[in-house]
Design a protein around this ligand. Structure first.
Ligand code: ZN
Length: 282
């Protein structure tokens, strides 16, 4: 193929080609051994109740230790609005508790200690969740409170090796996910003193190829200086991961019946899996 032909693909096609080469590498290279090390101080950052379960639930359940920090835990979203009759502030309170109970059930199954930051999710701050025009302003405004919530979970370093911090890659373009990613990248060097850092592919968003390719193009641009590499973590029994997702009935009209709704969409054959991007492999 000539360079002219390649150039005529345009930037999106080149970026997709590059992503497929990362997907291939992650499919055949073994996952970095450092990432398999689990610690009771591992920190799972979840923008909303359900994000860690959907994106990294099988991985977390295998490890059975760490802290689940759910940031935007004040929410007015349920998949079937008519199932909650309360209105106004009471509605937010009822839904937040409903979602907290779901998150607690998952945390128990995954052996995680749950901590809530109690922040308002995007619609409660007056944003459409997928309008990211105000993301930099939000990341500035929420910077101190989110950074403090993260560092408050840090332990004094007693062991030689640092625990892991798992952060969303913000695939899907939800403004809350992108705010978390931007704040973690802003504090990347300071966070690395306490944690090794890996970014997870957000599911269910990453189960759609176009959404995944666009989200990862943005993530890899934002995180370019750290040069993260992909690793792939098979979920094992699909039914077990689907059972974890079913712990969140408020978020579905029908819980997913197939694992393809909860596995990253690749253009190569791959087992049902969850995925991490990290520059730290030791
Ligand atoms: Zn979310």
């Amino acid at each position: 193929m000539s360079w002219n032909a390649i150039a005529s693909f345009g930037p999106t096609a080149l970026s997709n080609l590059n992503l497929t080469s990362q997907d291939l590498a992650s499919r055949w290279r073994s996952a970095p051994p450092g990432l398999a090390e689990a610690s009771s101080h591992d920190l799972y950052l979840s923008p909303h109740c359900d994000d860690i379960c959907f994106s990294l639930g099988a991985f977390a359940r295998r490890r059975q230790q760490g802290v689940l920090l759910t940031l935007f835990s004040r929410s007015g979203y349920v998949a079937q609005p008519d199932t909650v009759s309360a209105r106004g502030d009471e509605r937010i309170a009822v839904i937040s508790v409903l979602r907290l109970r779901e998150e607690q059930a998952f945390a128990r199954q995954a052996g995680l200690r749950l901590s809530l930051a109690g922040l308002d999710e995007a619609p409660l701050r007056g944003h459409h969740p997928f309008d990211i025009t105000g993301v930099d302003e939000d990341a500035r405004r929420l910077n101190a409170v989110i950074a403090e919530a993260i560092f408050a979970t840090a332990q004094e370093r007693t062991q030689k090796q640092r625990p892991w911090l798992f952060c969303p890659a913000a695939i899907g373009g939800h403004i809350d996910h992108l705010v978390v990613l931007k704040i973690v990248l802003r504090h990347y060097e300071a966070l690395r003193e306490r944690w090794r850092i890996a970014f997870y592919e957000d599911l269910h968003y990453a189960a759609n190829w176009r959404s995944r390719a666009a989200g990862l193009a943005r993530f890899r641009q934002l995180a370019a200086r750290i040069r993260p590499r992909r690793s792939l973590w098979p979920v094992g029994e699909a039914a077990d991961k689907l059972a974890l997702a079913a712990l969140y009935p408020s978020q579905f009209e029908q819980p997913p019946a197939s694992i393809t709704a909860l596995t990253p969409a690749l253009r190569i054959p791959a087992p049902a899996h969850e995925a991490l991007w990290s520059a730290e492999h030791a």
